[in-house]
Design a protein. Structure first.
Ligand SMILES: Nc1nc2c(c(=O)[nH]1)N[C@H]1C(S)=C(S)[C@@H](COP(=O)(O)O)O[C@H]1N2
Ligand SMILES: [Mo]
Length: 261
């Protein structure tokens, strides 16, 4: 790895603020006002989380509890039938930005001849898929906005297999809680099942009509316009359907797990 490694510290420092801000904006929706604005003071949060906030440890415990609370609120608010905005071809961002936890020179080289997509966990008959098999499945495409937590967004054009269709073919237990996605660069993330089954969640094999280039995640990237950039794994090699919380590379360093956009 080279110098381009990023640290999540700045995010952690502003975590308290952003969690409170998130919670406030959740409450803007009329349905959520029931909860009452009065809890959204530090004192209210202390009461809600049962922490006295008198030292760093209790502040950390409070933040962790608020973060899980935030995940649950986001999961409750997620509408499986609501589509993320789509855009005309003229609005595609060119060139589309590259981002990873390393520099572009360190993008993993995946050999399509030997690459397999393993599917395991709560599936009916664990097996692996070749790139040819995925390419032979019905393909869809989308022009959607990718939003990175680091402060940029860009509109891109991805094509591939609807993930709910892939999960069906893979015999996944769609009543399970989580789908974990493991990548060739040892990155990993995990998502809730309702998002996995969302109509715009796409196991992408192409970018802008061509085979997905290495920098954008060759051979397969899970694209979810309903989730922030770090929830969209590139170079996927294995998928696990599970009821055990799998976390993720950035999520385990303080990024919000639900990561809705
Ligand atoms: N395998 C892998 N997937 C990843 C990442 C990574 O470092 N490795 N970074 C994530 C982040 S933070 C972003 S913003 C997007 C960037 O995707 P792009 O390079 O196609 O723009 O990939 C996401 N998926
Ligand atoms: Mo990102």
């Amino acid at each position: 790895m080279r110098s381009g490694k990023k640290q999540p510290n700045a995010f952690l420092v502003s975590n308290a603020d952003s969690i409170i801000k998130d919670a406030r904006s959740e409450l803007k929706s009329p349905a959520r006002r029931l909860l009452g604005k009065q809890i959204l003071t530090l004192g209210g949060i202390a009461m809600l989380s049962g922490c006295d906030l008198s030292n760093d440890k209790s502040v950390n415990t409070m933040l962790r509890k608020m973060s899980f609370f935030n995940d649950r609120v986001q999961a409750l608010l997620f509408d499986p039938n609501k589509m993320a905005p789509t855009y005309p071809e003229s609005m595609i961002t060119r060139p589309f930005p590259f981002n990873a936890f390393y520099d572009i020179d360190d993008v993993p080289e995946v050999d399509p001849a030997t690459w397999r997509l393993q599917v395991g966990g709560l599936v009916n008959g664990k097996r692996s898929w070749t790139l040819g098999e995925l390419q032979a499945m019905p393909q869809e495409s989308q022009i959607t906005r990718h939003i990175c937590i680091e402060g940029w967004s860009a509109i891109g054009h991805w094509g591939g297999v609807r993930f709910s269709e892939f999960l069906r073919r893979a015999g996944a237990d769609t009543t399970a809680k989580y789908v974990a996605l493991h990548c060739a660069d040892n990155y990993w993330t995990s998502i809730d099942m309702p998002t996995a089954l969302h109509a715009q969640t796409l196991l992408t094999l192409t970018y802008d009509g061509d085979v997905l280039p290495p920098k954008y995640g060759f051979p397969a990237k899970l694209r979810m316009p309903t989730k922030l950039g770090y929830k969209n794994p590139k170079h996927i090699v294995a998928i696990t359907v599970t009821n055990e919380y799998p976390g993720g590379y950035w999520e385990n360093q303080g990024y919000n797990w639900f990561g809705g956009s």
